[in-house]
Ligand binder design. Structure first.
Ligand code: ADP
Ligand code: MG
Length: 398
């Protein structure tokens, strides 16, 4: 029986919240939930994952393990997910016993680039934004019907892509055929390559009561398909583009009847127009700055939404720049035989406004997200000065 009304933290016996997935997002979610007095169960197949060290109860099991899902549903009043590729069927199963937010239906849309684009297109009447021009490619026959104006473009797998994985740049129909062949039969979508002036993301949260609140827009720089820095307030987005992105985000959560935190990525083009790229049905890497720079972090907001408590104040109290810390920093040099070396955290922590977050991953690998550091300061210039100094310490181009 799923109880109506809010789930009260700090109760005795304890109120449990569950999270599907044990990565860094699950770990930071657990920290936020525990700070509010909840207990947290984590379900994840990988032992020793980042969230396992924070969880009050760690269910080390496959995401579709019937016994583990039953345990999770029995123990927890509400369950969420920290990654979009959680099997939607597992979320449906959990919904028999617990309040599941976001719903399996919302997660399923975000798992499928075509469903996502159809959803965005269907909202355009109210949101005023469209996705990039695109063409579904399920077979070689679909390649023949690709109009020339979509090239050059980016071929993306419809499912399971992240951090630029499952993508290929293509300039011609021949490239497209070769790229499609390399995707091993996976359904793909070709997107026209757009002239990006900048990339921004909008975090929005919606409660079970339908109230929603939207964070300031964040400007993101990616390197090799992976988020490198997030700057808030955004430096290169006009106030008008920011307001349009925020308004569109509110349309999306309402149309989805969404409960929880949702992150939407947008492109701003050279002519100032806005294009919606994709959405993540969860807290997002580009929202990590909220931990140190906003009254309510994205993780605390997720806790409030899934516990049907009032949403928190999204006000940003300090300008902030977030730098992702990838596994490459744990090696002395770029070569394949580079020796392992721990970065000089004492030098990073000596910088003004430094808030260091490490995810407790034992093994560093190149491109693996090991942590992040957010610099907060009274002015964005001061936060950026710390970022530039940190990059010098870490041997990164800022
Ligand atoms: P992922 O799921 O890997 O984050 P995205 O669709 O966000 O996939 O693409 C990764 C990055 O590739 C984007 O952040 C952007 O820099 C670039 N990109 C994606 N689509 C386009 C496009 N249509 N035109 C230009 N650049 C794009
Ligand atoms: Mg993306």
């Amino acid at each position: 029986m799923i109880k109506n009304g809010p789930f009260i933290p700090g109760a005795s016996p304890a109120t449990w919240l569950g999270v599907m997935g044990g990565g860094q997002l699950g770990r930071m979610f657990a920290h936020a939930a525990q700070a509010m007095g909840f207990k947290v169960a984590v379900l994840e197949p990988a032992a020793d994952c980042p969230a396992s060290h924070a969880a009050d109860h760690f269910l080390c099991a496959d995401y579709v393990d019937a016994a583990a899902l039953a345990d999770m549903g029995q123990q927890c009043v509400a369950v969420t997910t920290e990654f979009e590729n959680v099997p939607a069927d597992s979320m449906t199963r959990l919904a028999q016993d617990a309040f599941v937010a976001p719903s399996a239906a919302c997660v399923a849309i975000a798992q499928d680039r075509m469903a996502e684009k159809r959803f965005f297109t269907g909202c355009a009447d109210a949101s005023g934004v469209l996705p990039a021009p695109h063409h579904l490619i399920r077979s070689s026959a679909d390649i023949e019907t690709v109009p020339d104006h979509l090239l050059p473009g980016l071929l993306k797998t419809v499912r399971l892509g992240y951090d630029g994985k499952g993508q290929a740049r293509v300039a011609s129909h021949a490239d497209l055929q070769a790229a499609f062949d390399s995707m091993q039969g996976a359904e793909c979508v070709l997107e026209k390559m757009l002239p990006l002036a900048c990339e921004v993301s909008v975090l929005v949260a919606r409660g079970a009561d339908g109230n929603a609140s939207v964070y300031p827009i964040a400007e993101n720089i990616h390197r090799n398909g992976i988020l490198h820095t997030t700057t808030v307030p955004a430096l290169h987005a006009s106030a008008d583009a920011a307001a349009r992105a925020q308004a569109a985000a509110l349309v999306f959560v309402d149309r989805l009847d969404y409960v929880g935190v949702l992150c939407i990525e947008f492109f701003i083009l050279a002519d100032g127009s806005l294009v919606v790229n994709e959405m993540a049905p969860r807290p997002h890497n580009s929202g990590h700055y909220t931990i140190d720079a906003c009254v309510t972090s994205q993780f605390a907001q997720q806790v409030r939404a899934m516990a049907r408590l009032p949403l928190g104040d999204v006000r940003q109290h300090s300008p902030a720049v977030m730098l992702n810390l990838l596994g490459d920093l744990w090696f002395a040099g770029d070569g394949a035989d580079a020796a392992p070396a721990e970065p000089a955290w004492e030098k990073i922590l000596a910088l003004p406004g430094a808030c260091l977050h490490l995810y407790g991953k034992e093994q560093a690998r190149r491109g693996r997200k090991m942590g992040h550091v957010t610099f907060v300061a009274p002015t964005l210039d001061a936060a950026r000065a710390s970022l530039i100094a940190a990059c010098a310490v870490l041997g990164l181009a800022p």
